[in-house]
Design a protein around this ligand. Structure first.
Ligand code: CO
Length: 647
């Protein structure tokens, strides 16, 4: 094990020089909070809803790398609970001052995890909520849990201007159950999060509590199987990657790690070394938004549309990962630094996991005449984080392959959001998962913002369909088909959906750089599982999550356009984000472009999804298409193994 220990020492002792894209350190975050508090004389009623690096623009970063000095700045979103107003501030760490302080009228920042806890306490203390539970024969209030769901926007002005959450209640049998197995159906507490007051308790009718069914801990699920032998990943010589601060190099890949409380993991400056030349592929890649529209029109579930990025901040909800469980092998972890809502600086250790995995066969050929075989195994580098948003758990895994492929895989797991039904009632808009327990049908939509930089700043995006040649003199046997590429030359036409029967994909090329067969170098986006929303166009969620309408959007780069549903989606009526960005109809050909990919997963729950769902996976692949002159993994050596054996 000496090799592994040496590796850890080496990583810790490496000098970490600060790069403009490095997340704020604990010291920087503390200093920025202190500078802001003093300069603005902030009261104790002002919450720190978000604190991050004020990310420099692409042009500033490229200028820095050319040798100019950098300016470190922090960006804050603050909420004044006394009047419910939102402010944004930029603090310069380089100049020790507040650079800007701006009132943002009419918006609601994402719900902070601190508000989750305070909201639960407020609901559980409320006489109206206690009365609603008592009406159902429930008096053990201590065993109740209450999750604040984002309120959305349904044109109801009753609580106009107030910061709202909808509190749903479940009864726990013990800490061994998942917590969500016994919904108190029909009871919804409307809470003002500025003063933590219950404004009203909706009661949509009494449904009996389902019997307990949700145990999930190792000690509570019954006997565990006993015939599983250990399977470990052994890297006696340490890993093949190198880490310098937030900069990673592995095989021929290079990139930088970032992390924000809103998006979670952010990857920057992704490049591949090709014949000793560092060739850029992506400038920045991140999860920009996600939303889960539920398909049950009944009053208990028809306002469930969680935007887990823009309404909760999926990065803030990141798990601290566990060696051997979440991550197997020789692991490099990255911590995440953020603030609590009072401005205290917190570190979430092991928020991002990085390790290598065997990925099966890389390539193989057997010469059947000589019986000579060449085979290589594929290795991939995995960079991932997992976040828990109430009942659901989401993993986001970026894979880098030796072939130049980049894959994004989402892992959906955790616990369903369920409802209770009286005995012997079957739901139309969902599925039974346990006795008297049903899970509404729903979709999970994710949007990824992919700021491409294929061999330079100026890229064009094409949609490629495979077309069947009409019968005729050019196609006498009727077998002809060919790929047809259509330039997406402006934002109004760069709004596309998948077409699997045309084998559709999109390619991002650099028209000025040619490969050895005189094609522009490029990468293609290959979609995986996908779907369109089933909600009607006039539904609130369709306005608020307009990004769901298309699978691919392309926009001209603007550093202020980062989120598919806009900066402030919480309680927003809709129309912001991608639909607003593309209304500018900017030209896209041979320019600095951002591709936004939306993927949807239709979830018709199964009994096997209870009490904890087996992981469902979805995602997409970015694959070189004429970026290289040949298979870039031909130089991968045959494997040297010391532990594999025959039995
Ligand atoms: Co689901």
């Amino acid at each position: 094990m000496a090799g592994i220990n040496e590796f850890h020492t080496q990583v810790q002792s490496e000098v970490c020089s600060v790069h403009p894209l490095d997340p704020l350190s604990v010291a920087e975050m503390r200093e920025a909070v202190a500078l802001l508090r003093t300069a603005q004389n902030l009261s104790a009623k002002v919450r720190f809803m978000s604190a991050t690096l004020r990310e420099p623009t692409k042009h500033e970063v490229l200028a820095y790398e050319a040798g100019t000095p950098q300016v470190r700045e922090a960006h804050f979103i603050l909420l004044d609970n006394t009047d419910g107003q939102t402010y944004e501030a930029i603090v310069s760490l380089s100049n020790k001052c507040v650079v800007s302080w701006k009132h943002i009228p009419g918006v609601q920042p994402p719900i902070h995890i601190d508000e989750f806890i305070e909201c639960e306490n407020a609901v559980k203390a409320s006489p109206e909520w206690r009365a609603a539970l008592s009406k159902r024969g429930i008096t053990d209030f201590d065993s109740a849990i209450v999750d604040p769901w984002s309120a959305g926007n349904y044109g109801d002005h009753t609580y106009s201007g107030q910061r709202l959450a909808r509190g749903y209640t479940w009864m726990r049998t013990s800490n061994d159950d998942v917590g969500y197995g016994r919904p108190v159906e029909g009871v919804v507490a409307i809470v003002d999060l500025n003063n933590m007051k219950v404004l009203a308790v909706e009661d949509n009718g009494v449904v009996p509590l389902p019997p307990p069914s949700g145990n999930y801990t190792a000690t509570s699920v019954g006997p565990l199987r006993t015939d599983l032998k250990p399977l470990d990943i052994v890297q006696l010589d340490g890993p093949s990657f190198r880490v310098d601060g937030y900069s990673v190099s592995w095989q021929k890949w290079k990139f930088r790690i970032g992390f924000t409380p809103r998006e979670g993991l952010v990857l920057y400056r992704i490049s591949y070394d090709d014949a000793a030349q560092e060739r850029s592929i992506l400038y920045r890649a991140s999860l920009s938004e996600m939303v889960v529209p539920y398909g049950d029109p009944g009053p208990n579930h028809n306002k469930k549309n969680a935007f887990d990025v823009g309404e909760y901040g999926i990065g803030r909800l990141v798990n601290s990962l566990e060696l051997g469980c979440d991550c197997l092998g020789t692991i490099k972890y990255f911590d995440a630094v953020m603030t609590d809502s009072k401005g205290g600086v917190t570190v979430i250790p092991k928020a991002v996991c990085m390790h290598e995995e065997d990925a099966g066969t890389q390539w193989k050929h057997t010469d059947w005449r000589t019986n000579h075989t060449e085979v290589r195994r594929a290795r991939r580098l995995v960079v991932s984080f997992i976040a828990t948003v109430g009942n659901y758990d989401y993993g986001f895994f970026w894979y880098f392959y030796q072939t130049g492929d980049i894959q994004l895989e989402i892992k959906l797991t955790g616990c369903l959001s369920v409802g209770a039904l009286p005995p012997d009632v079957q739901p139309k808009y969902g599925s039974m998962v346990a006795p008297q327990l049903y899970a509404p049908i729903h979709q999970h939509f994710f949007n990824f913002r992919l700021h491409f930089m294929v061999d330079g700043d100026k890229n064009s995006v094409y949609e490629v369909d495979t077309i069947a040649e009409p019968a005729g003199p050019d196609n006498p046997l009727g077998n002809g088909c060919y790929p047809m590429a259509t330039l997406l030359d402006k934002e109004s036409v760069a709004q596309r959906i998948i077409n699997p029967l045309a084998a559709r994909y999109w390619k991002i090329v650099n028209p000025a750089k040619r490969n050895k067969v005189n094609q522009p170098v490029g990468y293609k986006l290959m979609h995986g599982e996908n779907v369109l929303p089933f909600a009607k166009p006039e539904a609130s969620v369709m306005q608020r999550a307009g990004f769901m309408r298309n699978h691919v959007w392309v926009t001209a780069y603007d550093p202020t356009e980062l989120y598919a549903s806009g900066d402030y989606i919480n309680q927003h009526s809709g129309g912001d984000g991608l639909p607003a960005y593309v209304a500018q109809d900017r030209p896209l050909e041979n320019s600095d472009v951002v591709l936004w990919y939306t993927c949807g997963h239709n979830h018709i729950p199964r009994p096997e999804d209870w009490p904890v769902m087996p992981v469902a996976t979805m995602g997409f692949m970015l694959r070189p298409v004429g970026f290289f002159n040949a298979n870039p993994a031909m130089d991968v050596p045959p494997p040297e193994l010391r532990a594999s054996c025959e039995v």
